[in-house]
Design a protein. Structure first.
Lengths: 41, 133
């Protein structure tokens, strides 16, 4: 599962995970995990 | 089961003079894999097993007085519980957990606290909140 990580996705991740965890996740993007997390919203 | 949970969420494991930090995290990972096997084998026969373990792990995860070592084991164990547990119990608490507990440790903690906080981040992100289907 892949996902395009644009500004909208970054904002959604920050909303879901907070700045600390989202920031860490985005340092080494794991597209499959990000797609799953965004799908949870 | 109590010994598995001890290996998963105990504050400290082993004798610090004889076991490395890496080894203690490996033991927590191994305990999670044993937990997974036990649940596969027995949760159909013991209907309260999974809810009871989930409750114990959630309590450890949400206790902000527990150390990161315990949180690491709790999150790793909750991941074993499956997608729905992660979706409904782990993810909704990540924002406040990261911003209230991880961030201060990462920015102001000593080397040991930073290492343990990084391990929790790893359990959450690098290692994926991976769960059984």
């Amino acid at each position: 599962m892949e996902v395009e990580i644009g500004d909208e996705q970054v904002e959604k991740l920050k909303e879901l995970l907070g700045d600390t965890i989202a920031g860490h996740l985005l340092q080494k993007p794991n597209e499959a995990l990000i797609a799953e997390l965004l799908a949870l919203q | 089961m109590p010994s598995i949970l001890t290996c998963l969420v105990a504050k400290r494991l082993g004798d610090p003079s004889r076991s490395t930090t890496k080894e203690t995290y490996a033991l927590r990972d191994f305990a999670a894999s044993v937990l997974s096997l036990v649940l596969d084998r027995f949760s159909a026969s013991y209907s309260t097993l999974k809810p009871r373990i989930t409750r114990a792990l959630l309590k450890a995860y949400l206790d902000n007085k527990k150390p990161f070592t315990t949180h690491y084991g709790a999150i790793t164990g909750l991941r074993v519980m499956g997608r729905e547990v992660v979706r409904s119990l782990v993810v909704p608490n990540l924002k406040i957990y990261g911003d209230m507990l991880l961030q201060p440790a990462l920015s102001e903690g000593d080397a040991s606290q930073r290492f343990d906080a990084e391990k929790v981040l790893e359990a959450i992100t690098v290692r994926n909140l991976r769960y059984k289907s």
